[in-house]
Design a protein around this ligand. Structure first.
Ligand code: MLT
Length: 240
């Protein structure tokens, strides 16, 4: 297995044109998009549709009138939407479908849409990701770090590195090795690393430290968020 990583949003821009037909992508937006998506799926949301823009979200709502609209811009709930992007809001068990649009996470998921497999990853489902990858043993894995606006995000690189670290037998590209080094630097206290990251600091300033603490939990959920035809559903690891 070869493990590569995309560490910055600039690289994500090129993914829609890349040939990912034999690549298994794992997309991380630890603070907070993929953590929220996984919290929803683990709590019984059946389908989550990640979209890049507000217009796409509204258009999708016309197709899925029963769905809640979720997501954020500048971290805040979008006016008129039902949910923001706090993972704590995604613990609701009365919701069947959610359409979500966020600044980076949903964009990164969409950018990987043509890949052989696309999974939503976070610290919250780290063990499930590892077990799922072991079971499916893909030839090529691409760890996609969503970032924040146009910048690299420490927490995404850390999570990607934690997954890479679990596969000592794999061939790692320099990008994946870099992510693994970041994980090794912080492995003794992942919560502290999330609070140190720029995103973590800004969430704390906004009084959203509970979100940071939530997202810092490792392997709370045993599901992988698997995207097929653009829709994320929970799949129990090993994924088949
Ligand atoms: C994003 O997708 O850019 C993030 O999840 C932003 C956020 O923290 O809500």
């Amino acid at each position: 297995m070869q493990i590569d990583a995309v560490l910055t949003p600039a690289e994500i821009d090129h993914l829609p044109e890349a040939d990912l037909s034999r690549t298994h992508c794992v997309v991380f937006d630890v603070l907070r998009a993929t953590s929220s998506i996984l919290t929803g799926l683990a709590n019984g949301v059946r389908e989550i549709l990640p979209v890049a823009t507000l217009d796409e979200a509204q258009a999708a709502r016309a197709q899925w009138p029963d769905a809640l609209l979720g997501g954020e811009r500048y971290g805040d709930r979008i006016p008129g939407f039902d949910l923001g992007n706090s993972p704590l809001e995604y613990r609701r068990t009365d919701v069947c479908r959610i359409i979500t649009t966020t600044t980076n996470g949903t964009v990164a998921l969409r950018a990987c849409a043509a890949a052989a497999e696309v999974w939503a990853g976070a610290l919250l489902n780290m063990k499930a990701l590892e077990e799922g990858l072991r079971a499916s043993a893909p030839e090529k894995v691409l760890l996609v770090c969503s970032g924040t606006f146009r910048e690299l995000a420490l927490e995404d690189v850390l999570a990607a590195g934690m997954l890479a670290h679990a596969f000592p037998e794999a061939e790692l590209t320099d990008a994946a090795q870099t992510a693994r080094s970041v994980y090794r630097e912080h492995q003794s206290d992942l919560g502290a690393a999330l609070r140190l990251a720029k995103n973590g600091r800004s969430l704390q300033r906004q009084g959203r430290e509970a979100d940071v603490d939530w997202c810092a939990q490792v392997s709370l959920f045993s599901v992988v968020g698997r995207m097929q035809n653009g829709i994320l559903r929970a799949a129990a690891a090993p994924v088949s």
